[in-house]
Structure formats: structure tokens, C-alpha cells
Design a protein. Structure first.
Length: 100
């Protein structure tokens, strides 16, 4: 990784985040419809806790503080995706196998 420029690593991380959010949206939709249910209860709990934290007006850092106020929300989202990754990638494999 020493030979890879920092901006390429940064772009790769953004692509991964975008892909994870896209998968999370599709997974949520399929779960809601009852099409896909192979999600651990812990993943569901973590997702709901993350959403509750982001929507809650009480944060570690107040959202009225520019930049810093949004950092804790972004951190919670990234940690949520980190914990959901196993289920997201399992869902992605299921979706690839079941494409029509």
C-alpha cells in the first residue's frame, strides 16, 4: 500500500461506502418485502440504533457545531456499516445467485 497514492485509497473508500449504502438500501427493501430474511438480529438492532442516534437531537457533539457536529453522526454510520458488512456481503452473494 505504500506505493498507492493517498487519493486512490480515498477514492476506493468512497466507492466502498457508496456500494455498502446501496446494498443496505436494497437489503432493507427486500427485507421489508419479505423477499430476503437471512439477516442477524444483531444487524437489525445495530441499524435501528444507528438510525435512532442520527435522528435523535441529543448527540455527543451538538449538530449546531459546524463540521464537528456531523462527525459523530458520520462515525456512527461508518461503524454501523462496518458491523453490517458480513450481512451486506452475504446479501450481495444471494442477490447475484438469484438474479433473473
Amino acid at each position: 500500500m505504500a506505493n498507492i497514492p493517498n487519493r486512490l485509497i480515498f477514492i476506493g473508500l468512497w466507492r466502498r461506502l457508496i456500494e455498502d449504502f446501496r446494498l443496505l438500501f436494497c437489503l432493507s427493501k427486500d427485507y421489508w418485502k419479505g423477499v430476503y430474511r437471512d439477516v442477524s438480529i444483531w444487524s437489525i438492532i445495530i441499524l435501528f440504533l444507528a438510525i435512532a442516534y442520527i435522528l435523535c437531537p441529543i448527540d455527543i457533539f451538538a449538530d449546531v457545531i459546524p463540521v464537528i457536529g456531523q462527525v459523530d453522526d458520520a462515525t456512527v454510520l461508518i461503524l454501523c456499516l462496518y458491523f453490517l458488512e458480513k450481512d451486506l456481503y452475504k446479501y450481495r452473494e444471494w442477490k447475484i445467485r438469484n438474479q433473473k
